[in-house]
Design a protein around this ligand. Structure first.
Ligand code: NAD
Length: 252
């Protein structure tokens, strides 16, 4: 697909990877529909896109809320008339051990801690993917859906919730590729390693150092390196159902 003049919806576009994807695609002439709960962040991303002469509109919506997601997509359809690409990028972390033993007893990962991460990362991807697919099928748009997974999908200590959620969004991408291929819709996933964004900075210093020591390239990835993979997937019309691992070799 040609990126120029195409309509790209990005969730979690208020900062980090989502913001960099928006700016990269704006530089290539895409029109952008930016979704996030963070309105101030959305405005910053929109300003950056406008400086590149790209049409960019913002939609404040919580991706876990069915009514808000449906309304946001309705508004996007009214504003842009069709959707070419959805990037399911909104995601959160809330790390903790499953069970931790200390001198004062044992503590557990709470059900809320588990479900909150699953809700944003998995339910959010489901709801936005469903709306995008619905509009693409109704309009006969041969579109693209990209789910942002993580190297953590293989299973990480202290990330029961996050790792499970990222395995789920990868599997959804594969299932959707099979299901939606008949409409010419392609679906793929990107599994970044440690990338230099506000999310990575939430990981405590010692743990981040320890994780970096397992990266053959021995550095954090740059948001531009993930945005580059988004471009590759959109532009390559024979790419579907696969996961691009952009992780400096973390999973070798
Ligand atoms: P980030 O925390 O910098 O940005 C995430 C954005 O998602 C924020 O703007 C936030 O407001 C938004 N968001 C959170 N909950 C939302 C909700 N309920 N509804 C709408 N928007 C919501 O994170 P990032 O590093 O840019 O990560 C983007 C994606 O990449 C996430 O899915 C993350 O899991 C994934 N990822 C990041 C890394 C990394 O090292 N940074 C590695 C692997 C995967």
């Amino acid at each position: 697909m040609n990126i120029e003049n195409s309509v790209v919806v990005i969730t979690g576009a208020g900062q980090g990877l989502g913001q960099m994807m928006a700016v990269t695609l704006a530089q290539m002439g895409a029109q952008l529909a930016l979704i996030d709960v963070n309105t101030a962040g959305l405005r910053k991303t929109q300003d950056q896109c406008h400086m590149l002469n790209s049409m960019a509109r913002i939609y404040e919506a919580d991706v876990t809320n069915e009514a808000e997601v449906e309304q946001a997509f309705l508004n996007i359809m009214e504003d842009f008339e069709h959707i070419d690409t959805l990037i399911n990028n909104a995601g959160i972390l809330d790390d903790g051990l499953l069970v931790q033993k200390s001198q004062t007893g044992t503590s557990k990962m709470s059900l809320e801690q588990f479900q909150t991460v699953m809700d944003v990362n998995v339910t959010g991807t489901f709801l936005c993917g469903r709306e995008a697919a619905k509009w693409m099928i109704e309009n006969e748009t041969k579109g693209v859906i990209i789910n942002i997974s993580s190297a953590a999908r293989a299973g990480n200590i202290g990330q029961t919730n996050y790792a499970a959620s990222k395995a789920a969004v990868t599997t959804m991408a594969v299932g959707w590729a099979r299901e939606l291929g008949q409409y010419g819709i392609r679906v793929a996933a990107i599994a970044p390693g440690l990338i230099d964004t506000p999310m990575a900075m939430q990981i405590n210093g010692d743990k981040l150092e320890q994780m970096l020591s397992m990266v053959p390239l021995a550095r954090l990835g740059e948001p531009t390196e993930i945005a580059h993979s988004v471009r590759y997937i959109i532009e390559n019309d024979y790419f579907t159902g696969r996961v691009l691992e952009i992780d400096g070799g973390l999973r070798l």
